[in-house]
Design a protein around this ligand. Structure first.
Ligand SMILES: Nc1ncnc2[nH]cnc12
Length: 184
């Protein structure tokens, strides 16, 4: 159990986030939207107001971006969105794969786009959606994946900008989330 917490105010909701070490120097306030209906709905409603009008398709990477992009698509009346997966499944034909590194996962990960989703993004203007943008590694990998698939990234959106991402001008976010020193 964490003994430090960060009180986050975003999109009209307040959540007490546990501060947990990710290595011996760095700690993060864990922000998990999975299962939190109120937070997902309110954050999606706030982000939808700032979606670039030229957006043709939204894309997220599994896992935590999925409920958010689903609710955004629902509010916008968009019948489809695409999900970059973290592993190749038996039902994927000719998937496109890129490497990804994230602050919350040790070692390398991959991002995979399956054929139906490749067809959805090819030749289209793509908005990337995620729960948190932190080191930027995941959003960069997602961007690389979309470009490989023949899509054009026209925007990047997340609920929170964490750490250095707070200074980025190329992302739209609702609030900032600080990083913390590890406590040993
Ligand atoms: N603070 C955080 N909580 C949960 N997932 C994250 N991914 C990047 N930063 C995160």
């Amino acid at each position: 159990m964490a003994d430090r917490f960060y009180e986050l105010h975003v999109a009209g909701v307040t959540r007490k986030l546990p501060i947990l070490n990710v290595n011996d120097k760095l700690a993060i306030a864990g922000f998990v939207i999975l299962g939190d209906v109120e937070l997902v709905e309110k954050a999606a409603a706030a982000l939808v107001k700032r979606v670039p009008p030229e957006t043709e398709i939204m894309v997220t990477a599994e896992t935590k971006g999925i409920p958010l992009v689903h609710e955004m698509a629902r509010l916008m009346g968009m019948p489809r969105y695409a999900i970059a997966r973290k592993s190749v499944k038996a039902y994927m034909e000719n998937p496109i794969i890129v490497e990804d590194r994230s602050i919350t996962t040790k070692g390398k990960q991959i991002l995979v786009l399956q054929d139906e989703d490749i067809a959805l993004v090819r030749g289209r203007k793509v908005l990337l959606v995620d729960d948190v943008i932190s080191t930027g590694g995941s959003i960069k990998a997602l961007e690389e994946l979309i470009e490989k698939a023949g899509g054009t990234v026209i925007g990047r959106m997340a609920i929170l900008a964490e750490g250095d991402a707070m200074n980025r001008k190329d992302i739209v976010t609702l609030e900032n989330l600080p990083l913390f020193d590890a406590q040993v």
